[in-house]
Design a binder for this molecule. Sequence first.
Ligand SMILES: [Zn+2]
Length: 289
Amino acid sequence: MATLTGQSELEKAMRLRPGAAPDVLIEDLAEQLSILGEVEPPVDLRLLASLQSIDDVRETVSSHSGCLINEGGRLRIELCAMDSPERQSFTIGHEICHTLLPGFMMKQNFRCTPLRATPRRDGTLNIEWLADVGASELLLPRRFVGPTFASHPYGWDTIEQVKSDYGASLEATARRAVRLTPQPAFFVRLEFATSRQNAAPALRVKSAACSSALDVFIPPNKSIPRDHPIFRASEGEYVDELADMRSLRLPGKFLVSARPYPYNNDEGDTVMRVLVLGIKAPTARSVRL
Ligand SMILES: [Zn+2]
């Protein structure tokens, strides 16, 4: 399926379906690859890599999570040995998707840190973000997780179960749930950080994602006021309530579920991380937090 000459699979798909958004197309291409591989959860990413002529996946010491290397037509993925197995799986998916995206034929290697990119607002292709979208479909195929998300409560209990079943990270699973939710919904990751204007640490946005029904840009580094309900999650509380989210430029009130998920950073320090899911005006009885 991979080709080292000519147009990328995404460019071909864009020609065939000019009205379709690139992220929809890369998700479809990833799904086709996944169906071709006849994978079932937990998905065998190395098998899917081999279908794209990537015959070597190895660990290495690197400051990047992953690298796709093309040596005279032989393709190899290098993974950061320090990353968790969940993160490595997502990275394999990300690198596989580079073989479907523009630029693959020209560049000798890609050095990637997945889940950092956001969609561009100017209509140009953000290849790193599109590789993330495709990786999500490879790791968490919608034909399997879609029915699970639709039939279970929208919240962290469901996310944790799916994460465990699919060998995905919490954040990748939360982003997948948001993307597959037909209602206005969002995910944010918050950590304490300073800003240029304010030297005192505040709980700030590190990354964010919105469902297609919520066309809003949540600014990176935007802070959460200390009196906002989701701030309490940074003090150890599970917060499940209706909250006004205009502090993140989201329109009005959402049912939010905020949980503390501290982690150890590269220096071995424990860092408080708050993950938040929010959904607007749930209508189905099954949708509860
Ligand atoms: Zn990349």
